[in-house]
Design a protein around this ligand. Sequence first.
Ligand code: PHE
Length: 470
Amino acid sequence: MSVKRSSIHGQWSSRWAFILAATGSAVGLGNIWRFPYLTGENGGGAFVLVYLVCVVMVGIPIMMAEILLGRRGRQSPIHTMETLAAEEGLSPHWKLLGWMGVVAGFIILSYYSVIAGWTLAYIFRIGAGVFVDADAGLSKKIFTDLISDPEKLLAWHTTFLIMSVIVVSRGVKNGLEQAVKFLMPTLFILLLIMVGYAMSTDKFVEGMSYLFVPNFELLAEKNFFSDIFLPALGQAFFSLSIGMGAIMIYGSYLSQKSSITFNCFTIAIADTSVAILAGIAIFPIVFTYGLEPAGGPGLIFITLPIAFGQMPFGTFFGCLFFILLLFAAWTSAISLLEPAVTWLVENRNMTRVKAAALAGAIAWLLGLVTVLSFNHWAFSFNFAGSVKENGFFDIFDILTSNIMLPIGGLLVAIFAAWLMSRKSTVEELGLGDGAAYQAWHFAVKYIAPFGVIIIFLNAIGLFRLLGLGE
Ligand code: PHE
């Protein structure tokens, strides 16, 4: 029996509408802001390599599973999990997986919006020409001045959240397709221009080898699991938008005919290419201007403007770059709100507008904690071989990416591969029961869950306590 549910929230107009929207969700600050700074904090090449392995072995199979569940359930992640669990004769508590996603979504959006606010602020700073011929010292000062002023951060955070609420309240399908269709290719081209600039610097080779060649001396100082594997795994989940229901809800608007496998690979390739290009553009600049790769969350805001200040038409390109980054963040932020909004519409009988406003208000309030993390409330602590200087912001970030998203993904994998009947997943994936299906099934049943579990246990040192492993 094939399941013929339809979503009360509508459906994508075509396969490409889904791919564009999901790519819009995946490509964002995670690729251009988070990936380079984590790479810098966690030692370069080894981190990148492990990240790529995590994307292929864990990320893509789980993404397929999450879309599959979403399309079969066709409701908010909370109701989807409840419905599918009932259908497979499982406990209704599976809806807690949906709930955890909603909570993770609020926490991520709360700080995501603050960082997107920096992007907004930078459009105006670069536009005003303040970076023309700026050196590293000036660039650092401009960044520090911004983040140490809570009022400015609050204003930009508020602006960004209002922008996101407006789009979500009109329905994510309206306008998103058009926006992503033009913006993503332009962002891509601009990144290529930045890579071109990076190639013209003296330290291009050094930057490339930092990014792609694992440095074993540096590795010797680190705990491989907690310092490299866990942050790389977390980044794979964060960047692909998996483990919290965002891709599940987008999957719930996908037509029954569309191929989940093809779509997933397209999205993952686009997402990974943007991250790698951002890395190639940034590290040569870091070395050319004597900056610290482990500079933390300010990395792109300090390095890229120096490059824009040097290159021909830099003010124009710089403005355009941060505008595009803003759009990329925008299309991700709306997917962070969508699971909660659909639940409010389904369960509280709210209009979309009210639901979006309420969800936005919650994320806004929570965002105040992040606003203050960079100034009045700042404190530092040690995590994963690096010093984290921005207290609650770092805690929110680590809690969601390194803990909640992988647990969400683990549960999705267990549900899809261990608990759902094989018949249901064969039917939903539409790959037949041949080698392709079996490869996916093996990855979701064994590689992804055991990968996550082994990384977790090693990272918290349980294996060492038991005298196993290192
Ligand atoms: N993938 C987005 C980015 O890389 C962030 C995101 C995470 C969006 C989780 C939705 C869900 O910027």
